[in-house]
Ligand binder design. Sequence first.
Ligand SMILES: CC(C)(COP(=O)(O)OP(=O)(O)OC[C@H]1O[C@@H](n2cnc3c(N)ncnc32)[C@H](O)[C@@H]1OP(=O)(O)O)[C@@H](O)C(=O)NCCC(=O)NCCS
Length: 398
Amino acid sequence: MSQLRTRDVVDADLSAVLSIRNRSFGPLSTGGEDWWRRVSAETLGGRMIAVVDESDRVLGAGRIRPYEQAWGGRHLRMGGVAGVYVEPSARGGGVATTLTRALIARMGELGDVVSCLFPTTATLYRRSGYEIGGAQTRTTYAGHLLRDLASSVSGRATDTSRSVVRPATPDDAQRLHDLARDAQVRHGASGPMVPTAETFRGMLEREELISYVASDGFVVYDLSDATVTVEHLVAGSPESAAALWGVVGSGSSAAPTVHTYLDPRDPLTLALGGLAANEVQQTPWMGRVIDLAAAFPGRGFGAHTSVAARLVVDDPEAPANSGTWTLSVSGGRGTATRDEPTSGAPPLEVGARGLSALWCGWSVSRVRQAGLASGGSDDGDAELDAVFAAAPYITEYF
Ligand SMILES: CC(C)(COP(=O)(O)OP(=O)(O)OC[C@H]1O[C@@H](n2cnc3c(N)ncnc32)[C@H](O)[C@@H]1OP(=O)(O)O)[C@@H](O)C(=O)NCCC(=O)NCCS
């Protein structure tokens, strides 16, 4: 392969990038041009990188979408890597590997302290230190069970809904953002992203989505082919949860099936008088730590967790992560300090993939079994497990 170089995508490159995209995924679907224009505008000027040959021909490109993601109920800047594609005739020559490395370096410069992506091949991203962090889970319910939830709280299916739920308008966008963010803080969630108020406004303006607000919650869903798909449902109390789910289930005579993209441990599971369908759909996502020194103090921890764990990291592609670290947690806050080798028990040693897996809540014993960690001690493993305990999930797809 000729000499590869990376540079920012500029306006004049967009048609070449779109052509590679279409050679990778087929033509844009109806309405796809709007989406393409929107994501291009969002990422041009530093968040879209091209790999070019010596004659400056674009061979591949990728984007870093600017997201906010909860870890332990606190929100971190997350670079969502997407739109990675390589001209078919240039594949197999390291273009995507070159691109992924450039994207990681750029996220470090931009201050995106962690990164996530939905892979079509794990190998490519594992090479650059990403690991499977969890799955976006689609759980399916019978609509009548959701309808029954409303009557179990109010005595009549329609009373609760009517009293506290109203259709949302684009002016509710900021409120939806705030409610979603607050719920992630309240549940100490790890993994979910918070759509911006602007993103919610776009959803509320799109006529194909249906949305309602309650005093302390909201729902956004889609209805097509006799099936409801719940994109977001946030509730601050059992009453508003019942009312909002009641609205979703109220159409069970015409739309008996309800798909949901939720926390697999959404309290709905505990409140519902029946079970979810056995079949779930899972789309795996991968995570990576871009800047441990900044990400760790930004993450939330259990208020009563008090622990210090040591860890040796070797991460050539994000060299700021490399070194021997002491990760301390106290009063819900963490600090990451680089320390000198000491005479105590030898710390666990990981590469970038092992660090990403630990960050995403994989226990040390599992990371070891996958061959992604070595050294350390039983006590050290238990300390790291206490630090990183989490069951992360993502509900959005990007
Ligand atoms: C996947 C893709 C980006 C790889 O681009 P590339 O420049 O050929 O990748 P590289 O040469 O850097 O290869 C890196 C590794 O990716 C993996 N990989 C590449 N193509 C693959 C494929 N079709 N299936 C499975 N793994 C693949 C391989 O492990 C490869 O390493 P190897 O060549 O040592 O086996 C490219 O094939 C493409 O554009 N595909 C269509 C769009 C797509 O799937 N994009 C990824 C979205 S997450």
